[in-house]
Write a protein that binds this ligand. Structure first.
Ligand SMILES: Nc1ncnc2c1ncn2[C@@H]1O[C@H](COP(=O)(O)OP(=O)(O)OP(=O)(O)O)[C@@H](O)[C@H]1O
Ligand SMILES: [Mg+2]
Length: 389
């Protein structure tokens, strides 16, 4: 029978046997006796009625066969659903963690705005109130000349406050993508990151034609990978390369450190690597992390150019493809100088959602919180999974 099933329906012998439920011995005996009785009855009928009795026997068999296959299909669908369910649960877990991280980052951003308002704006307003108080007192004493001078000072302070607030508003509105270019942002970040520690970061990056939102993701992936190599790898060298190849932009971050077992689950509450992967995949690109204990770690990501075309279509037809979208100055490494100063001395910081600048003493461009956006992946990107790495 199994051979027949295999030939007719391409069902493996194993599956057929798997579907046959013999059950308990008592059940088997009962079924055996019942079927035997049915056989006897059918034989009796055949004697008396003829071929019609055979039809009466065969019809239920056909129904039974249909039910058997239906059952198999249902079981397969059930297994598939269970697999999807596990995948969905994993994804939900990652998303929850990501949203927690985003919430933390938002809080950090609010703290920075609050610090800025406290350090600069509130102090200027306090100064204004002191100056007004003094002017009032002098006015009551009739010191008109001094009051006039005070009024000028008040006006200067007011202008300063106005400028400071405008700078804050401008920076809040500013695009997360700065003016300096991705290549320079990565180079500058690498310089900051390796400063004061015994490690060489070799950077080989060129400007690439990717939309600014994707460039920001590239920058964030690079930053996390470099940070991981510094934090965990005990590496002597880190290499970062970014180049255009055919229809993709390829990013590679490699270290000669101690490597790690990629089959192990990431530590609880640590999502840097998962976020790197998510960021690469959200662009419709690819991401691969290779590592083995004692063999260093290599991360490769590729970002498709299709985004460039889309952006060009969305914006102005005929705009240059290599519009030089640029990225904010990089975040100072936590292990670095600790003061958050970038190459040109401007205090800066970037977070995982987009660059965030720390409050500057003087209002300046590039010194305010900014946000990045991500795009939906291009259609056809069905390959996303939640791997451990
Ligand atoms: N380049 C590397 N060399 C050696 N081990 C690494 C490297 N990158 C990652 N790891 C290992 O993988 C783990 C997970 O990395 P992941 O970036 O996800 O989290 P994390 O760096 O520990 O925390 P965070 O959430 O702040 O990024 C690390 O704790 C470390 O053990
Ligand atoms: Mg990390």
């Amino acid at each position: 029978m199994t051979l027949a099933m295999r030939l007719l329906y391409k069902v493996s012998v194993r599956d057929v046997l798997g579907q046959l439920r013999v059950g308990a011995v008592s059940e088997f005996l009962i079924s055996y006796l019942l079927l035997g009785s049915v056989g006897v009855i059918v034989a009796e009928f055949y004697e008396k009625v003829g071929t019609l009795a055979v039809a009466a026997f065969i019809l239920p068999l056909i129904f039974a066969r249909m039910m058997f296959f239906r059952n198999m299909e249902l079981e397969e669908a059930h297994k598939e659903l269970q697999g999807k369910n596990v995948e969905l649960k994993d994804r939900a877990r990652v998303l929850r963690a990501l949203s927690n991280r985003i919430a933390d980052e938002r809080k950090e951003e609010r703290d920075q705005i609050a610090a800025y308002l406290h350090d600069d704006t509130a102090q200027m307003l306090y100064r204004l109130s002191l100056q007004i108080e003094m002017a009032k007192r002098r006015l009551s004493k009739g010191e008109i000349e001094t009051v006039l001078r005070n009024l000028e000072e008040i006006d200067t302070t007011r202008k300063g406050t106005d400028q400071t607030i405008r700078a804050l508003i401008r920076d809040l509105h500013r695009s997360p993508i700065g003016r300096r270019g991705l290549a320079e942002a990565i180079t500058s970040y690498a310089e900051d990151a390796s400063r004061g520690i015994d490690l060489t970061i070799t950077v080989d990056v060129g400007e690439v034609s990717l939309p600014s939102a994707i460039q920001l993701l590239v920058y964030q992936i690079t930053r996390e990978a470099v940070m991981n190599a510094i934090k965990h790898a005990e590496a002597e060298n880190i290499w970062v390369s970014l180049a255009e190849r055919d229809d993709v932009v390829e990013l590679m971050i490699k270290d000669d450190g101690k490597g790690f077992d990629t089959s192990a689950a990431p530590p609880e509450g640590h999502f840097g690597s998962i976020m790197m992967r998510e960021r690469a995949l959200v662009t419709g690109g690819t991401f691969a992390l290779e590592s083995e204990p004692g063999q260093g770690t290599t991360i490769r990501a590729a970002f498709p150019h299709v985004w460039v075309e889309e952006e060009l279509l969305e914006s102005s037809p005929g705009a240059p493809t290599s519009a030089a979208p640029t990225v904010e100055p990089p975040e100072p490494p936590p292990w670095g100088n600790g003061h958050g100063t970038s190459k040109d001395g401007e205090p800066v910081r970037t977070d995982d959602l987009g660059p965030i600048a720390t409050p500057a003493k003087e209002p300046s461009e590039g010194g305010r919180p900014t946000r990045s956006g991500t795009r939906k992946p291009p259609p056809g990107d069905q390959t996303r999974q939640i791997p451990a790495w």
